[in-house]
Design a protein around this ligand. Sequence first.
Ligand code: ADP
Length: 165
Amino acid sequence: MQRIAIYPGSFDPVTNGHIDIVKRGLNLFDKIIVTILHNPAKKSFFTVEERLEMLENSLKKFPNIEIDVYNGLLVDYGVKRKAHAILRGLRALSDFEYEFELALMNTRLNSQIQTVFLMTGLQWIFTSSSIIKEAARFGGNISGMVPHFVNQKLKEKFDSISDSI
Ligand code: ADP
């Protein structure tokens, strides 16, 4: 039996913190489906296509990874993909309450799919997509926090925004 996990998120954009979770998750699962949860009500900086491209580029060196997009209830997606677990990463205290609520809600909706948390790698504790966007917006050096390809995409995106103002 293949142990399959879904790693859902916004990945707006993917960071080295996310990649670290995927890498370590592969020690626990036979396959990880990294899924962009596309919520039309939630405003994202990058389009779904851009986020997909960045994930594909950043994760191409890993085996047993699939990248997908889903718009709907996560546990329904889990059933559809025959997943055993939902993989999530936990940083400092700030993540805990939200992740705890989400995990309890998902367990209530479907008790067959377990949420598995991996603690952040110490060096990624302050790495988040939103803080990276804030730094990149003002030209801050974010190399080492995101893959090179993502760094380039952030620069291009902010350049195209400033050109259009
Ligand atoms: P969401 O919008 O669902 O929070 P994110 O893309 O921000 O999506 O994050 C997806 C998952 O990855 C979440 O469980 C989040 O806590 C985790 N994560 C994000 N950044 C890190 C990091 N630096 N270290 C560990 N886990 C992380």
